[in-house]
Design a binder for this molecule. Structure first.
Ligand SMILES: [Mg+2]
Length: 87
């Protein structure tokens, strides 16, 4: 397995420990979390502090995005987005 995928899996497991598994959140909250994490990537790039931190921020963004996608998939299967355009 590629190291980045292993790191992604480890980060997803860590986030599950901290925030709980199979969590459901409003899309606006997911967007806030994802945007905050992307902001941390921007900070690392602009401040040029530590490339390992930049790598880990990228992994954190990927982990949040996958958790968000899984929440959307679960809720879609349960009919939670049948009226998505009007939510
Ligand atoms: Mg971060």
């Amino acid at each position: 397995m590629r190291q980045s995928i292993k790191d992604l899996y480890d980060e997803m497991s860590y986030q599950n420990e901290v925030w709980g598994e199979n969590r459901t959140q409003q899309l606006e909250l997911w967007l806030t979390i994802l945007t905050e994490e992307i902001g941390e990537i921007a900070k690392e790039i602009l401040e040029k502090n530590d490339v390992q931190n930049l790598y880990h921020e990228c992994i954190q963004v990927a982990a949040v995005a996958i958790h968000m996608a899984e929440d959307i998939e679960r809720r879609s299967k349960a009919g939670g987005f049948n009226d998505f355009k009007n939510q």
